[in-house]
Design a protein around this ligand. Structure first.
Ligand code: BGC
Length: 369
């Protein structure tokens, strides 16, 4: 059944909320003065009403956000009902505004107590993630339209256990493999748990894809996690930013040097056609403080989606990364990914020109229905 195409933007809790004092990132940020600190981030935690209203006013009909596990379960087995109530308010606000929700359960951060037990290296985490998922299903599930269990499992494993860029900054291939195995199991158990509560739930992961990879890296980085979790996806979530060929890149690049290559998105989507599942672009965006590249970036990537649709790929939504400028992990507040610019002094929000261009595209597309 072809419903309306979903258009919107994405965020993640630690990058926008501020004061996530109970997670491993917060602890790590404070472990060395050279590290960027998320601090109050963009204070989305208290300004979510304003931000979601802004998204709606920019024509969005969907929105992706993440729940912060460490707020919901700040100590092992102890639920914080106040934080659960907060997320009920956020999700109710989305409903009120008519925005379809994509809710991520794990977007790179872990509660400190979990990190101390070895985090995703520890097989016990699978059960603990399942218990957290169960709690979310019971308390918030009625307000969730699309579930994204895990954001970018392979990126998470590589940055944290191989490239030493993110906590716990390890470099061990065994750890990478263990983490991936546990994330795959975690996803599958969460999938079943959610479906026990909501038989018709839409559950998937947000999988990062790199275009133009040669066959072995393509298999390892792009495909293996999905293959290992086959049968546990109601849709495929695609996060796409760049192709692999960085060195000899003659074309345009973002502020942080990522090559811009919209055709790569068409290729990735075509490569997923055989899954015969609905596909949502769960992230796609560009670090571009001057907003010089973003207007064409959006237009060209939406065109790339259309090209895949014309060839039979069932793409049903596009969520831009990000709604707001935010805390870009180990790079701090430097890269500006927002459709909406945030003044970090005053925390004032100001939509960039590209936000209005995106709005015009959405209006034009939806008027065809
Ligand atoms: C992540 C986001 C991040 C974005 C830009 C994705 O890999 O899911 O958290 O901000 O890329 O780097």
């Amino acid at each position: 059944m072809a419903g309306k195409f979903l258009y919107g933007a994405a965020t993640s809790a630690h990058q926008v909320e501020g004061n996530n004092v109970h997670n491993d990132w917060w602890m790590w940020e404070r472990g060395d003065t050279k590290r960027h600190r998320s601090g109050k981030a963009v204070d989305h935690y208290s300004r979510f009403r304003e931000d979601l209203a802004l998204a709606a006013s920019l024509g969005h009909n969907a929105h992706r956000l993440s729940l912060e596990w460490s707020r919901i379960e700040p100590n092992e087995g102890k639920w914080n009902q106040k934080e659960i109530a907060h997320y009920r308010e956020v999700l109710s606000e989305l409903k009120k505004l008519g925005l379809t929700s994509f809710v991520t359960l794990h977007h790179f951060t872990n509660p400190i107590w979990l990190a101390r037990k070895g985090g995703w290296e520890n097989p016990e985490t699978v059960r603990l993630f399942q218990r957290y998922t169960e709690k979310v299903a019971e308390e918030l599930g009625d307000l969730i339209d699309f579930w994204v269990t895990i954001n970018e499992p392979v990126v998470y494993a590589m940055q944290s256990y191989w490239r030493r860029l993110w906590p716990p900054q390890k470099k061990s291939w065994w750890a990478v493999e263990r983490v991936l195995r546990n994330l795959a199991r975690g996803h599958k158990q969460a999938y079943d748990t959610i479906h026990t509560h909501f038989a018709r739930a839409q559950v998937g992961v947000a999988k990062h894809f790199i275009a133009e990879l040669s066959p072995i890296p393509d298999w390892w980085f792009n495909r293996r996690f999905l293959n290992k979790t086959r049968g546990y996806h109601d849709f495929l979530g695609v996060n796409y930013y760049f192709p692999s060929k960085w060195q000899a890149w003659g074309g345009e690049k973002s502020d942080i040097g990522w090559p811009i290559y919209p055709e790569g998105l068409t290729d990735i989507l075509l490569s997923l056609r055989s899954w015969q599942l609905p596909i949502y672009i769960t992230e796609n965006g560009v670090a571009d403080a001057r907003d010089a590249l973003r207007p064409d970036f959006i237009r060209d990537h939406l065109r790339a989606v259309e090209k895949a649709q014309e060839q039979g790929v069932d793409v049903r939504g596009y969520l831009h990364w990000s709604l707001l400028d935010n805390f870009e992990w180990h790079l701090g507040f430097g890269p500006k990914f927002g459709l909406v610019e945030v003044d970090y002094e005053t925390l004032q929000r100001r939509p960039r020109k590209s936000a209005y261009i995106f709005k015009a595209i959405i209006e034009q597309a939806t008027s065809r229905f």
